[in-house]
Design a protein around this ligand. Structure first.
Ligand code: SAM
Length: 241
């Protein structure tokens, strides 16, 4: 699975994605990340272009990606074109990959575009599982400011997804939440596939060593049943029966 991330802040991903299980999954070539920054696809402003035309080019022209919303309202919006160009680049990468894979005569599944938005459909484990099974490439579009010009999601149809009923300053954290959840559904990412919740009897409470935990003079024991060796009874206990 390759995650293609459209983001103004690619560096915000590095520490989380390169630790622990997700780092191992990358080493084992089960998942891959590619970043596309809309700012790299933005054009210098009209004023900067005029300065360049008059021989007074800025050393490093500021590449603007935000603009005021039409109709008024607070804040700024990410302009459509830099995001569109970034998505186009991701699609090109996917095509390139497809051609390589087709040469090896193996099959490539489809891709999906996910637009992150606090007003989207609620992200669930079931959705993560579906994405992990159906697609080899996922393009995740992270908004910033007051969001992205709505024409982007009209041009590139896909899923509009929210990770919960709260508003964050950008789509980077939601993208990481989804990547984490989708990745653990991919065969081989978790050491033990039974760890995927819906494949086992889920209990929120789990215990590990020591059997008796002493804290502030009090002894905290694990539930006796877990030491009984009776796995049927343990499963029933875990299922809350
Ligand atoms: N008024 C805007 C809206 O309703 O879309 C708020 C935009 S929010 C400040 C900036 C960006 O953060 C959004 O475009 C989206 O990509 C991301 N975002 C914020 N909260 C989110 C959530 N709960 N789920 C998914 N994405 C979220």
């Amino acid at each position: 699975m390759t995650f293609h991330l459209i983001t103004l802040f690619p560096e915000s991903f590095t520490s989380y994605l390169n630790e622990s299980i997700l780092a191992r999954a990358q080493e084992n070539k089960l998942i891959k990340f590619k970043f596309y920054n809309p700012r790299d696809f933005a054009k210098p402003t009209e004023a900067a272009r005029m300065r360049a035309k008059n021989g007074k080019a800025d050393e490093k022209p500021y590449l603007r990606v935000d603009e005021k919303p039409y109709g008024g309202g607070p804040g700024m919006l990410l302009q459509a074109l830099p995001v569109i160009n970034a998505i186009e680049r991701a699609l090109k990468e996917i095509k390139k990959e497809k051609r390589k894979i087709n040469k090896r005569n193996s099959k490539i599944k489809n891709y999906r575009i996910i637009h992150l938005s606090p007003g989207g459909e609620k992200f669930t484990n079931a959705y993560a599982e579906k994405v992990s099974k159906k697609y080899d490439h996922v393009i995740i579009v992270c908004g910033r400011y007051e969001g992205i010009d709505a024409r982007v999601k009209k041009i590139f149809k896909g899923d509009e997804i929210s990770i919960g009923d709260y508003v964050l300053t950008g789509g980077e954290l939601p993208a990481m939440v989804m990547i984490d959840s989708i990745s653990r559904q991919i065969e081989g990412v978790l050491g033990n596939s039974k760890s995927v919740e819906e494949k086992r009897i889920a209990s929120h409470d789990a215990y590990t060593r020591p059997e008796i935990l002493e804290y502030k003079g009090k002894k905290h024991r694990i539930p006796k049943i877990l030491k009984s060796g009776n796995h049927k009874a343990i499963d029933e206990w875990r299922a809350g029966k």
